[in-house]
Structures are given as C-alpha cells and as structure tokens.
Design a protein around this ligand. Structure first.
Ligand code: ADE
Length: 253
C-alpha cells in the first residue's frame, strides 16, 4: 500500500482519474491511497486567496507561502517524506524516477498553479521539481495525475497477474511491435500471417525484429542504448541471431 498526498487548489480535478478504471480498483482494494488536500482550506487571507503578484514585476500570480506551508504541516509524517513539485523546470519524469517513487511508502506532490510558487516553498521543504516534458501546462494537476498513474503500475497487485509493468515496451528498452486482434481479416486488411500461425518461436522472432525496426526508425538513441546493454538473445538459433544482428546494423552502422 502506498499513500500519495496531493496538495492542490483544484481537488475536484482528480476525482474521475482517481476513482475510475485500474486506479479506482487499486484504491478500493487498499493498494493505493490518494489523499487530496485543498490548499485553499489553509489560507488565512480574509478573501481566501492563495496567490499574489510577484516581486520585481512580471505577469501572472504566484502561490503564497502561508497556505502551502500550513497544508504541508497538516500531513502526518511529512518530515522524511519525498515532496515533489510538478514544474516544467524539473527533472524529466522517466522510468527510474517512477520506480524509485513506487518503492516509497508515502510521498507528497504539490501542484502549482498560476505562474508558479514562491521559491521559499521549494527551498524550505527541499522539494524535487518534476516535469512531464518540455511544454507548459496551466497547472500541476494533470502532470501529477500522469505521475500517479505511472507509479501505480509498479505497485504490486495493481495490474492483473498476466501483466507486469516492467515487461512493457519502453521498460524493456525497445518499443513494442505492432499488435492485432480478431478478426483475422477486416475490410480487406489481413493480420500478418506469422501471428496467426501458432509457431511461438517464429512469433517471438518476428516480434523482436519488429521491435528493433520500429525502435531503430523512431528512436535510434533508444536502440543504441539497448544494444550497448548487451541484450540476451537466449532461445534464438545461430541463424536467427545473425538475422537480428544484421537488422540492428542497418540502424547503428
Ligand atoms: N506544470 C506546467 N507545465 C508542466 C510540465 N510540463 N510538467 C510538470 N508540471 C508542469
């Protein structure tokens, strides 16, 4: 069971994501506990404001320290917890960070709004800034949901037995091969014959070759990293290994 505290001025935004589908089930089964904390509940401002204009000028508003500090202090055991601040200035979210977080018992996320937050919030609470990519969103809520979703897949029991988070394409170091389901023929378009033939060794080889081709075409740096790690090609014959190596060479030279 992992507990994730989320500080936000828009707790309603999380409802549909938190309560539906795989995340919803994980919540019901007690595998993940997402606690929403409304920063506005903590403001001492008589107009209930949580933002103010930046010193030095500039457009937009910043979150003020007082409500955020008090909201953080309301979280039991906040000392010693990792606290993340969703921001385009942050470390780009990747598998390593997601795996690290999935190993925590509890962590806290601050969702920024307006143009950002007063820097003293980030400094005093030693927050890790996390970005979900080089583009700017209107707030940290969607990035927080992306992070929570990705973390939840690594919590034991959240995915069904047949699936495992680490087996997924990006995590294995290659992109996935194309996939097909019934019917075998749809409006004249056929499923590749090898997939319906029932020869599992042939299928494995086809899937690996396709993965290599797609990764080589779309993400050459990813293919290079995969090759550098010296992937094991257990279970393939000498001739098959030669075919695989030749395909890799067409991308890496
Ligand atoms: N807040 C606004 N844009 C963001 C981004 N790209 N990543 C994380 N938080 C953000």
């Amino acid at each position: 069971m992992i507990r994730i505290n989320v500080l936000t001025v828009f707790p309603e935004m999380f409802g549909p994501v938190k309560d539906q589908s795989i995340l919803g089930k994980a919540g019901e089964k007690g595998m993940i506990d997402i606690r929403l904390i409304n920063i506005r509940d903590f403001t001492e401002d008589k107009h209930r404001r949580t933002d103010d204009t930046p010193f030095g000028g500039g457009c937009g508003m910043l979150m003020t320290p007082q409500p955020v500090f008090d909201a953080l202090r309301s979280v039991d055991g906040i000392e010693g917890q990792r606290i993340l601040y969703m921001s385009p200035r942050g470390r780009i979210m990747d598998e390593e960070l997601i795996r690290e977080l999935s190993g925590e018992e509890e962590f806290t996320i601050l969702c920024g709004h307006y143009e950002g937050v007063d820097q003293r919030i980030l400094d005093s609470w030693k927050m890790t800034e996390v970005s979900i990519g080089d583009y700017v969103l209107t707030g940290g809520e969607l990035p927080a949901m992306v992070l929570i979703d990705a973390v939840s897949r690594f919590i034991p029991g959240v995915l069904g037995n047949e699936e495992s988070a680490g087996d997924e394409s990006v995590y294995s170091g290659l992109l996935e091969a194309d996939q097909y389901t019934r019917p075998r023929e749809f409006e004249g378009m056929e499923v590749p014959e090898v997939l319906t033939g029932g020869d599992h060794k042939k299928i494995r080889l086809w899937q690996l070759m396709e993965s290599i081709r797609i990764t080589g075409e779309r993400r050459p740096e990813m293919l290079r990293n995969w090759v550098e790690k010296g992937p094991e090609l257990d279970g393939f014959t000498k001739a098959e290994k030669k075919k695989i190596t030749e395909l890799i060479k067409t991308f890496t030279g």
